[in-house]
Design a protein around this ligand. Structure first.
Ligand code: UTP
Length: 297
């Protein structure tokens, strides 16, 4: 198949300053949403979309992330001895096969675009996915799977997009639309973090992409953009006028910005409520705490 996507890059080399002091020693991607590290949600979504090779762009201090994907023979044996079969299966379902996962270092946090460029030699000639584990998406059909299915028809570059409130849009990469086809839009411009009042729409790019390898041609120029960083948005935008073009994909699902404290807390509540074994107790607690706050007002 022409546009089959089997590799994904997970850029995880950022400093995670919004979660200091926790991120002083714990990589953000390992922080726990209910009972799984953030990165596990991204891995599960990637697998569901047919990804077979997982490439992590890491940095100093991310050892816990690499360890997480190792097998844990002692732990597995102990669960086996105790007959805890369900837990054992759960644990084994997170193991990665040797050769399926690769790590590449970004030596300096020069921006998301630079992080992707660091993985260039591991990609080859086929389109590939980029997933930011900070963006956790609850969806009936996993977001990347929705995109991969549409990408088979479009080719080019595709970015996940969602409408955001006007006062929030300048925190994102924003699309300028040439044609709106409903779930898909054709793009004629992209701006990273536009100044308030200058944004071309309120359709923002979030952390899922399917990119053609031509993006590396632009990234290798190492041009800096918004915030003095090498921006992925700018490299994608450089291909807008090519035949292949750039598409925005309005995914169906709820996205949580787990790179921010408020977003992480919201995701924790939503994912907790979605779990049968937790929802009753959590609902009761929320009801009580909200009632007592109201009474104290
Ligand atoms: P963020 O903008 O969220 O930055 O990066 P951050 O460092 O992770 O977090 P804060 O803002 O300091 O709290 C978006 C994504 O791009 C990756 C991050 O790891 C995250 O997945 N990234 C960013 C890199 O891999 N390298 C970079 O140089 C910058």
């Amino acid at each position: 198949m022409k546009n089959k996507v089997t590799k994904a890059i997970f850029p995880v080399a950022g400093m995670g300053t919004r979660f200091l002091p926790a991120t002083k020693s714990v990589p953000k991607e390992i922080m726990t949403l209910v009972d799984r590290p953030l990165v596990q949600y991204a891995i599960d979504e990637a697998r569901a979309a047919g990804i077979e090779e997982f490439i992590f762009v890491t940095s100093r201090g991310k050892g816990a992330l690499e360890d997480y994907f190792d097998e844990a023979p002692q732990l597995e044996q102990s669960l086996k001895d105790k007959g805890k079969t369900e837990l054992l299966e759960l644990l084994q379902s997170t193991n990665m096969e040797s050769g399926q996962v690769a790590y590449m270092r970004q030596h300096k946090a020069l921006g998301l675009g630079h992080a992707i460029w660091c993985a260039r030699h591991l990609i080859g000639d086929n389109p590939f996915a980029v997933m930011l584990p900070d963006d956790v998406i609850a969806a009936e059909k996993p977001c990347l799977k929705q995109m991969v299915e549409s990408y088979e028809q479009t080719g080019g570059h595709m970015v996940a997009a969602m409408e955001v409130p006007k006062d929030k849009v300048s925190a994102y990469g924003v699309l300028d639309l040439k044609e709106d086809m409903g779930s898909m839009v054709k793009v004629k411009g992209m701006v990273e973090k536009p100044k308030a009042g200058t944004e071309p729409s309120n359709l923002a790019v979030i952390g899922r992409y399917i990119l053609a390898p031509t993006v590396f041609d632009h990234l290798s120029k190492k041009q800096t953009g918004a915030g003095g960083e090498i921006q992925l948005t700018d490299a994608i935008a450089a291909d807008i006028d090519t035949d292949a073009g750039v598409y925005g994909y309005r995914f169906r699902g709820q996205r949580y910005d787990c790179g921010s404290k408020a977003g992480f807390l919201q995701a924790t509540i939503a994912f907790g409520l979605a779990r049968d074994e937790l929802s009753g107790e959590l609902e009761e607690f929320m009801h009580d705490i909200l009632a007592s706050r109201k009474a104290a007002e």
